[in-house]
Write a protein of this length. Structure first.
Length: 313
């Protein structure tokens, strides 16, 4: 997962998600993370230096080391708070399925960047008809194939043509994945492939921040809602709805600048506080999750992560 700049903060798209392994181009991992050991006497690369980071190598090392939410999640907030975030994601996932009247036992799903399989498990529990997972890492494909033999998984860069026939899917999901595609041409390719494999009337579910102004870094780009709408429309996909995932559980970005800055300061403090004592993460996760369950229900847009729903013409 996800989902989500740079990451010393949760407001940026990076390794803070259970997904996000379907494409090339993620944040540069900091020293001390897998695959980034710095030899004595060598200069420390800037955190956003593209020379320090190969996504496939990084994710292979990280997920082979810890193939769980700790490996895929945002380490800066601890396991208990990560678990609370994922529980909230599951609530919104079910809410979206109900809103769209998606019947999993009748649905053919293509999941982009399944990672450690958080959403794969959700689909399985709901009896999905079929699922194809496309992930950039061999470890995800290997382990998910072993864990879910009734589903199909392939090591694929989703910014290149997918191994799926035209109009072969009812649902395509990209949960905390597309912001890792920094090249706009490759982004358009991924959107085009989603449009190609969806049947008429099929739906694309995308989670991202959709900020007021695009957030562009070396290894992530959170595009605006207008940019998404334009790219989707070019490939026969129309945005029909959005569903907020978090209100209090994630830094606010789709808000006025002053409020975004205040939210950033609050989260910088909160991360340090959570790291100091994991028990705090459990308590704070419960408190904020109970608030977000209520606040996200009536909203059709939110201040941070949202699920965008687009339908194929």
């Amino acid at each position: 997962m996800t989902h989500t700049s740079g990451h010393g903060r949760l407001d940026a798209p990076d390794a803070s998600t259970p997904d996000g392994h379907g494409i090339r181009g993620r944040r540069t991992p900091a020293d001390g993370e897998p695959g980034t050991a710095r030899q004595p006497g060598t200069a420390r690369q800037p955190a956003d230096s593209p020379a320090t980071y190969d996504p496939e190598t990084f994710w292979e090392a990280r997920l082979r080391g810890r193939f769980d939410l700790s490996g895929a999640g945002f380490r800066g907030i601890g396991k208990p708070f990560n678990e609370a975030l994922y529980r909230q994601r599951e609530i919104v996932f079910d809410r979206v399925l109900r809103r769209l009247r998606i019947d999993p036992p009748q649905s053919r799903v293509v999941e982009l960047g399944p990672g450690t399989g958080f959403y794969v498990e959700l689909w399985k529990r709901r009896g999905v008809r079929s699922l194809l997972g496309l992930d950039i890492t061999a470890v995800a494909s290997e382990r998910l194939t072993a864990a879910y033999p009734s589903f199909a998984f392939q090591q694929v860069d989703i910014t290149e043509p997918w191994p799926s026939p035209d109009a072969s899917a009812d649902v395509v999901t990209a949960f905390d994945v597309l912001f890792h595609i920094v090249d706009d041409v490759r982004f358009a390719t991924a959107i085009g492939e989603a449009g190609r494999v969806l049947r008429p009337g099929g739906v694309l579910l995308v989670s991202d921040l959709f900020p007021r102004r695009a957030i562009r870094g070396h290894h992530h780009v959170s595009r605006t809602l207008a940019e998404y709408k334009a790219a989707l429309a070019r490939h026969g996909l129309d945005v029909v709805s959005r569903a907020p995932v978090f209100v209090t559980m994630h830094p606010a970005v789709d808000v006025p600048a002053a409020l975004a800055a205040l939210s950033g300061r609050w989260w910088s403090w909160l991360e340090r506080w959570l790291i100091a004592d994991p028990r705090r993460g459990r308590r704070m996760g419960r408190i904020l999750a109970s608030i977000d369950r209520v606040l996200t229900r009536p909203l059709r847009g939110g201040p941070s992560t949202e699920v965008l729903i687009a339908r194929k013409r």
